[in-house]
Design a protein around this ligand. Structure first.
Ligand SMILES: [Zn+2]
Length: 252
């Protein structure tokens, strides 16, 4: 092989490797390449965090709230801003029952990761505003749709002062599934895990959301049997969140 061909191949290999690393940074939910990400809490606390994404969703969020109340459990709801703005009564109930509200973007566009800096700032701040109208202050925590993070999203998160949360245990209820599968997936959770569940669905999805609520009683019984107490993320991460995250983002 000629020296020129060797140089070209080495260059192409370097570009491919860099592309692979960049893709990991964007598509791996726990990747800290563009911003710090918390995906697990302390493992010695006997606690787990149930997190519900893509709501509030009428017909699903209410029974989930009732089951959490019956079990004495608290959770975190990563709401889609446009749903939150359209369903303030449901958002108010989540907050009034002691759960934590958090930011999951305004529109949950699946291709949103290619949005501009202004797009991301708007997605985050409009959702903050929808939540703050109910709670009196913007949320401190943010989760990216599908966990995908671009450098521009990360820059918006830095400006708005949120802490990015991923997960360490997937119920895999964001796809068509059954209550039994959800129960089996969450049965793998251990102390410190951040468990990903969905009380609603994103605007591009048509899947049935009911298996999550149907699975929850057994999920809660199993956690209790294993002495794992479900708490809010700010309770699980009480020694992890920075002072800025503890007081919430600025309203600038
Ligand atoms: Zn989502």
């Amino acid at each position: 092989m000629s020296p020129l061909a060797t140089t070209w191949l080495c260059g192409a290999g370097a570009v491919a490797a860099a592309g692979g690393v960049f893709s990991y940074g964007m598509f791996a939910p726990r990747s800290p390449m563009f911003c710090p990400v918390i995906s697990r809490g302390p493992t010695d606390c006997g606690r787990v965090a149930l997190t519900f994404d893509d709501g509030p969703w009428p017909g699903s969020t209410e029974p989930i709230l009732a089951m959490l109340a019956a079990a004495g459990a608290r959770a975190t709801f990563f709401v889609i801003g446009r749903y939150a703005a359209a369903r303030p009564e449901l958002l108010r109930r989540i907050h009034a029952e002691g759960h934590q509200l958090a930011n999951h973007t305004y529109d949950h566009h699946r291709a949103g990761m290619f949005g501009s800096p202004a797009y991301w700032e708007s997605q985050v701040r409009r959702t903050d505003d929808a939540i703050a109208r109910i709670t009196g202050s913007p949320p401190r925590l943010f989760r990216a749709p599908m966990g995908f993070k671009s450098p521009l999203l990360a820059a918006a998160i830095r400006r708005t002062g949120h802490t990015v949360i991923a997960w360490s245990c997937k119920s895999r209820d964001g796809i068509t599934t059954t209550p039994g599968r959800i129960v089996r997936n969450v049965a793998r959770a251990a102390a410190g895990d951040i468990i990903l569940l969905h009380d609603g669905r994103d605007p591009a999805s048509r899947r049935d959301v009911s298996p999550t609520a149907a699975a929850l009683p057994e999920v809660l019984r199993d956690l209790r049997a294993r002495a794992l107490h479900p708490v809010r993320l700010d309770e699980l991460l009480i020694h992890t969140l920075t002072p800025a995250a503890a007081t919430g983002p600025s309203s600038a």
